[in-house]
Design a protein around this ligand. Structure first.
Ligand code: GLN
Length: 201
């Protein structure tokens, strides 16, 4: 029985928890969802999701509580799967392009450069169809003050595109999405992540 941890700092926490619960049910995979509030909670998780919200706030929480260090250790030593959505995508990046005055201190796990609030004020929040090659069908995505992935390198590969922009990337067991899969009923990405988690020894 695997455990998926959802970082309970700020943002779309309960939406992710509910999406994973539903994804377990629909796939028949055995597992449970736990909320991660302290660094001790990280050891109980086989995979971790970092929700969307405000990346500056979530980053501060992760570093202050020591959760950041524990995640980095488990990814480095055990190849633990991590899914970051929207603000979570920003936090996974090694490089952040940012014109906000308050800078984000990321986990620096994925070989990618991420631009915060990349769609500007005109398109703060919108829905659009995203092309995901591996899934063989288009995905309806919700974007809220979303980042884009401007560049990937090494073993980090683009997996989802919207208007020639990279909006999803994967590096081994790490999955970054610039949109909010927890806000739609299509649980394709949550199920995909569960498969990465289940594969773990
Ligand atoms: N713009 C936010 C940030 O960079 C992310 C927004 C979101 O997660 N919906 O932190």
């Amino acid at each position: 029985m695997v455990k998926v941890g959802v970082i309970a700092a700020q943002g779309a926490i309960s939406e992710h928890r509910d999406a994973f619960k539903k994804a377990f049910k629909e796939t028949g995979l055995k597992g449970d969802v736990v909320l991660i509030r302290d660094k001790e909670d990280v050891s109980a998780a086989d995979g971790i999701a970092i929700p969307g919200g405000e990346s500056t706030t979530i980053a501060k929480y992760l570093h202050r509580t020591g959760i950041a260090g524990e995640i980095i250790k488990k990814v480095t030593n055990e190849n633990m799967p991590v899914m970051g959505t929207c603000a979570g995508c920003v936090l996974l990046a090694k490089e952040i392009i940012d014109d906000q005055s308050e800078k984000v201190n990321p986990l620096s796990l994925m070989n990618m450069s991420v631009k915060r609030n990349a769609f500007g004020r005109q398109r703060e929040s919108f829905e659009a169809t995203v092309n995901v090659e591996d899934f063989g069908k288009p995905y309806h995505a919700v974007f809220i003050r979303a980042p884009t992935i401007t560049k990937t390198w090494g073993n980090c590969k683009p997996i989802a595109m919207f208007e020639n922009k990279i909006v999803g990337a994967q590096q081994d067991n790490l999955l970054a999405l610039s949109f909010h899969p927890e806000l739609t009923s299509d649980l394709m990405f949550h199920k995909y992540f569960l498969k990465l988690v289940i594969k773990q020894p």
